[in-house]
Design a protein around this ligand. Structure first.
Ligand SMILES: [Zn+2]
Ligand SMILES: [Zn+2]
Length: 263
């Protein structure tokens, strides 16, 4: 069992939705189990409850990766940090690393200017990693490599690729418009988790549609594609059919608490 874990990434969708309240789709968040590490990508409202529903909790999360700072991707950070200050026995036992694009430290400082010590963990329990260079970032001894590239949404927006030493790989797009950088990052990935916020006929700047996400997946020759970040109009649309205009490979439409193994 242990060796299986070391050669796979288990992806759990915590939130496949958006800023729009939904009982079915919590705001944006993805959980990855990589070896014995737990990585969370974005933490929109509802993420802490979804972690419990997924069989884990905030204290076992080792890494928070932020694609950008929009509230539907970050809003649960404040209650997440505050809850980590709750006393024993639930208390966090190991440090939390928070990773994000340019401006991450200023973003956190802004939150601290509002909430002060309520969200400040004790010394040594939080490490902030602000990406100012987009290069592979080997997190030594952690059993994976994280690589980030800028994508087309906000100035700080990044997509992440997580890869194990055995070559198992998952890419998380965050929010983006069509992006050659995302194509490059996703090259032959085991799974591309790609935003597809609106149907093809409702395209807006800074977001993808099913056909555009399919174009990225096809160009990158990914092994599997998962579409996520669905605004309500997506649930009245045949998103798979629109994606099939550009991509013929294995396709998953994200649902909250869905789990996918990437070998
Ligand atoms: Zn956004
Ligand atoms: Zn978003």
């Amino acid at each position: 069992m242990a060796s299986r874990n070391e050669n796979s990434i288990r992806v759990t969708v915590l939130g496949s939705g958006t800023c729009v309240p939904s009982l079915a789709r919590s705001s944006c968040s993805i959980l990855m189990h990589v070896g014995d590490r737990q990585l969370v990508f974005d933490s929109g409202p509802g993420t802490m409850r979804r972690l419990l529903e997924a069989g884990t909790d905030i204290y076992r999360v080792d890494y928070l990766f932020y694609s950008h700072f929009h509230p539907d991707h970050t809003a649960e950070l404040v209650p997440f940090l505050f809850a980590n200050k709750y006393p024993d026995p639930l208390r966090r036992q190991r440090p939390l690393t928070i990773v994000g694009g340019p401006g991450l430290k200023g973003f956190i400082a802004g939150l601290e200017s509002v909430y002060g010590h309520w969200i400040q963990l004790e010394a040594g329990m939080v490490d902030l990693v602000e990406l100012d260079e987009y290069r592979p970032r080997g997190l030594a001894g952690e059993g994976f490599t994280a690589t980030a590239v800028p994508v087309a949404h906000n100035p700080e927006s990044v997509a992440f690729r997580i890869e194990t030493p055995s070559g198992c790989s998952v890419v998380y797009s965050g929010d983006t418009d069509y992006s050659d950088q995302l194509v490059g990052l996703s090259r032959q990935a085991g799974l591309l988790i790609c935003e597809s916020a609106v149907p093809d006929e409702q395209k807006v700047a800074g977001h993808l549609t099913p056909a555009l996400a399919g174009e990225i997946a096809a160009a990158a020759k990914v092994q599997r594609l998962m579409l996520t970040h669905f605004y309500p109009a997506c649930d009245d649309t045949d998103m798979a059919a629109q994606c099939r205009r550009a991509y013929q490979g294995p396709l998953i439409l994200a649902e909250d608490l869905m789990t996918v193994m990437v070998e």
